[in-house]
Write a protein that binds this ligand. Structure first.
Ligand SMILES: [Zn+2]
Length: 482
């Protein structure tokens, strides 16, 4: 693997319909991508794997809420006041910067807790200038990362925001979900959907987008019961921790035992996430855990952890954050909406706590592309797992004559009717067709030739080993299921 893996993936993605920049004909807009025909299939498969792990395996509920919500939601959550960066711009070249990052990078100073005036003073005192052109920097100002808009016309219009995360919208209907969960704790709620952040510097397609996809799970728990009986399934799991002193190898059970992970449920979902990423085809040896330090953790959270992927071409990528959010969100909405969010269990009245598991969708897709990319002497292939592969099979006629395309079409229809995602490709030589299929990670290629007309068998070629065998057409469905 070389450092240009990222560029290679970008190139294949654009050529083969995985993902490409949006609005290309108008020159593009930074921070937005389209998933093409192949990428949409992969994305859907990734989302379905998450459902398999949580909705099926854990029995969690799933909801879908609007991406646009009225201002009150984001006042209660703290986003209107706090979801902002301190910005400054170069007066000469116009380059925008995060003021705190500039101060940290230029002078190695810590900036936590610094406000606008302190950052402003530090920039002046330390004589910090534009790293690009040494120009003078403009005044520091607040930049909220939410996209504001209005709902409805005229005087009655309502101020609203595109949601910067899905989780808050899940909390709003807590009363209904609580009823639906038969008034028992714990219960989990998954929401898969789009969120929006007006990032200052979106970069690296799929890594930092302005419109992105999330799968966030809120597990509502009794404050005194943040354990799960299923932890024993994963306690022995070996993990690597990214610490200040380097990588430490241990087990999940060990981390809970020594109280490095303070909440057993967090350890359980970290282990489950590692398994999920592996099922997506992400290389497990590139995954590690990282605990948030006190100064980067929200004040209400007792503990927060990430699973990180170490990319050989673009460095560390955060794939999921798992946090004990206490009763912060439900209490905040209770206070502003004046609606009761507390529950009553055997005479105990309390506001449930939340353990949140927040997955990105776009980043794991990049990481699985990088993990599955394999370059051999004569071909480039994506070795996708069967759960993630965009198509199960490609169907190719050997030639364009003698009734072979008709036969191939009939087999294509048969597999489609059996519910397989398949595609039909009749252009170019068989070698070219194989190469195209390999580049989008199709596990099986089915070729219809002259023998098919005689004995009703086809050649099934397997992607990774390139092995070929003849299979009776009436046994094809069974063979592909296997
Ligand atoms: Zn400049």
């Amino acid at each position: 693997m070389t450092d240009d893996t990222y560029e290679k993936i970008l190139d294949i993605s654009r050529r083969r319909g995985i993902a490409y920049p949006s609005f290309e004909i108008y020159g593009g807009l930074s921070g937005f991508i389209d998933y093409g025909p192949v990428g949409s299939r992969i994305k859907q498969n990734v989302e379905n794997l998450i459902r398999k792990f949580y909705v099926i395996d854990e029995g969690f509920l799933e909801v879908q809420c609007p991406t646009l919500s009225p201002e009150q939601v984001w006042i209660a959550s703290g986003h209107v006041q706090n979801f902002k960066d301190f910005m400054t711009e170069c007066q000469k070249c116009g380059e925008p910067y995060r003021a705190d990052h500039l101060v940290e990078q230029a002078k190695g100073l810590r900036t936590e807790g610094m406000g606008i005036s302190e950052l402003q003073e530090t920039i002046a005192k330390e004589n910090i200038t534009c790293p690009k052109c040494k120009g003078r920097l403009d005044s520091v100002y607040n930049y909220n990362l939410m996209f504001p808009t209005h709902v409805g016309p005229g005087k009655g219009k309502v101020t609203a925001y595109l949601r910067p995360e899905t989780s808050q919208t899940t909390y709003l209907s807590f009363r209904r979900l609580w009823e639906f969960a038969r008034k028992k704790l714990p219960f989990g709620v998954l929401q898969i959907g789009r969120s929006f952040r007006n990032e200052i510097s979106p970069r690296q397609m799929m890594i930092r987008l302005r419109e992105f996809n999330q799968a966030e799970i809120q597990v509502f728990v009794d404050p005194g019961q943040k354990e799960t009986p299923r932890f024993s399934e994963l306690a022995g799991m070996k993990v690597r921790i990214n610490t200040k002193d380097g990588i430490v190898e241990t087990t999940l059970g060990g981390l809970v035992g020594e109280k490095t992970i303070k909440v057993q449920m967090i350890a359980y979902y970290l282990g489950k996430s590692l398994k999920l990423f592996e099922a997506m085809g992400i290389k497990p040896e590139r995954l590690q855990l990282r605990q948030h330090e006190e100064n980067e953790r929200a004040f209400y959270s007792s503990d927060t952890w990430d699973v990180e992927y170490v990319s050989p071409s673009i460095g560390r990528i955060e794939l999921v954050g798992i946090a004990d959010r206490s009763d912060y969100d439900l209490s905040a909405h209770m206070k502003l909406s004046k609606q009761d969010m507390s529950v009553n269990i055997e005479g105990r009245k309390f506001v449930p706590h939340v353990v949140e598991i927040a997955y990105g969708i776009d980043r794991p897709i990049y990481c699985l592309l990088e993990s599955c990319l394999s370059e051999e002497a004569d071909r480039t292939i994506f070795k996708f797992t069967k759960e993630v592969a965009p198509y199960t099979a490609g169907i190719f006629p050997l030639t364009q004559k003698d009734g072979i395309p008709e036969k191939a079409r009939a087999i294509f229809t048969m597999l489609r009717d059996a519910g397989f995602y398949t595609f039909y490709d009749e252009s170019g030589s068989i070698g070219k067709k194989y190469a195209r299929a390999d580049e989008i990670g199709v596990p099986y290629c089915i070729t219809v030739d002259y023998d098919t007309l005689k004995d009703d068998t086809v050649t099934v070629r397997e992607r990774d080993g390139k092995s070929q065998k003849r299979v009776k057409t009436n046994e094809l469905v069974e063979e592909l299921v296997k």
